[in-house]
Design a protein around this ligand. Structure first.
Ligand SMILES: Cc1cc2nc3c(=O)[nH]c(=O)nc-3n(C[C@H](O)[C@H](O)[C@H](O)COP(=O)(O)OP(=O)(O)OC[C@H]3O[C@@H](n4cnc5c(N)ncnc54)[C@H](O)[C@@H]3O)c2cc1C
Length: 394
């Protein structure tokens, strides 16, 4: 496990920074206003405090944290919807940065990775298609046909998060239709201004169409030509690269969700203490509320231990070795998140349904936690298959 001795101090600084400088920016964000210029200022301070692009090495401009360290920081940042963005650690950019760092050519790193880490540009990742089951990542219709030293890309994608305003997308498209299903697709960088590439519209999610980094777009590729040099890794390696990206990505997401649970518990307790049902009779005295708080605390603590244990295993032994645990945390923590948010919302009564707290925002947007990066059922299948296999006779 790689955890520096200065981590506790950094986490305390992060908590104070989030409380003092980021949470006050929430109301405007939750009201759907343009991003407050103060968010930009908070980003500058996050960088000065050593929390910028935490998962990336210092050589490329990141804070050089290990996976376990970033997991801890992710919990602190997750306490507000703006936390990861302020530290340039938001999905899908962080996944794209890790991908380009590990598999990008020198030229790709200079042109795309360095400005991403510097926070000068944003990016998106375009894999899911409206006409095909995204739960099966080996099955898709978008194609990238070779024509000399170019690929000609055709296809429609949706839920390309953050494509609105991004400088490029990494598209997954079939390059080798006759190959084994795990070797059919490649990942290719498509700069946003490329003729034939279009962001068609932002897809509304639970009534919220979003914008910029907080949105999910439908995008189209019509005879869109990009150089073969824009391919990441070998031809046909798209699926393998996606798996590499998703392991650490699931640690990032689940620890962010634990940060959300912590904030929800905090808000739930404060409201229960302050809200009187009758003079001198606070909501916190009701046993049902106490049990919701106790269950939320126990589940959140259990989830945290599971994720950190998985992060340590992943860091020590790699993605493949930790595959089953990664699936277990993905569905387990997503469900803890949903339960805790639901209880916190219920405790807040009518206020819970408004955007005067971040609970309703999270309730709307994080319901998708049980769907994106693989639905619950797919991850349960992985865990169940591994368990059952241990008990089959020969
Ligand atoms: C908010 C949000 C952000 C997203 N961001 C991105 C992004 O940035 N880039 C991108 O490419 N995609 C993104 N996605 C897409 C996401 O990855 C897919 O929605 C997901 O993989 C599921 O695919 P699908 O929607 O096609 O559902 P389907 O594959 O049609 O599955 C529907 C349902 O069937 C059930 N199911 C599926 N497989 C099985 C099985 N094997 N056994 C039992 N039941 C099963 C599950 O309940 C599942 O929810 C995002 C989605 C959301 C909601």
């Amino acid at each position: 496990m790689t955890v520096s001795s200065s981590l506790p101090e950094l986490l305390a600084t992060a908590r104070e920074f989030v409380d003092r400088e980021v949470i006050p920016l929430e109301p405007a964000f939750l009201a759907g206003s343009e991003l407050d210029p103060l968010v930009g200022e908070a980003r500058v301070r996050a960088e000065a405090m050593g929390m910028w692009a935490p998962a990336l090495p210092e050589e490329v401009g990141g804070a050089g944290m290990s996976l376990v360290e970033f997991a801890h920081l992710s919990e602190e940042l997750g306490r507000t919807p703006l936390g990861h963005y302020v530290c340039n650690a938001q999905a899908p950019d962080v996944g794209n940065m890790e991908l380009l760092l590990q598999f990008g050519t020198d030229e790709q790193q200079d042109r795309w990775l360095l400005p991403l880490v510097a926070g000068e540009i944003r990016s998106s990742f375009s894999m899911t298609e409206p006409g095909y089951a995204g739960s099966n990542p080996t099955w898709m219709s978008a194609t990238a046909e070779r024509d000399g030293d170019e690929y000609v890309i055709n296809g429609d994608k949706w839920f390309t998060s953050a494509a609105d305003g991004a400088a490029f997308t990494i598209v997954m498209a079939v390059t080798n239709p006759d190959a084994d299903r795990y070797r059919r697709a490649s990942q290719i960088i498509v700069p946003s201004g490329t003729p034939g590439f279009a962001v068609v519209r932002n897809t509304p999610v639970m009534g919220d169409v979003g914008s910029g980094w907080a949105s999910h777009s439908e995008v189209s590729f019509n005879d869109c030509r990009v150089p073969v040099a824009n391919r990441i890794g070998e031809e046909g390696a798209g699926f393998v690269l996606a798996q590499e990206r998703l392991g650490p990505g699931r640690i990032h997401h689940t620890m962010r969700w634990i940060g959300i649970c912590e904030r929800a518990i905090e808000l739930m307790c404060r409201y229960a203490v302050d809200r009187e049902l009758a003079p001198g009779r606070p909501l916190a005295d009701r046993q049902v509320v106490q049990h919701w708080i106790a269950d939320s605390r126990a589940e959140t603590n259990a989830a945290r231990l599971m994720v950190l244990d998985t992060a340590r295993h992943l860091e020590a032994a790699g993605n493949k070795a930790a595959r089953v645990e990664i699936s277990a945390i993905k569905f387990f923590v997503a469900n803890v998140l949903q339960q805790v948010l639901d209880r916190a919302l219920q405790v807040h009564g009518g206020l819970g349904m408004t955007d005067y707290t971040p609970l309703a925002f999270w309730y709307r947007h994080e319901r998708a936690a049980r769907i994106y990066d693989g639905p619950d059922e797919v991850h349960r299948n992985v865990v169940a298959r591994a368990e059952i296999a241990r008990h089959r006779s020969s």
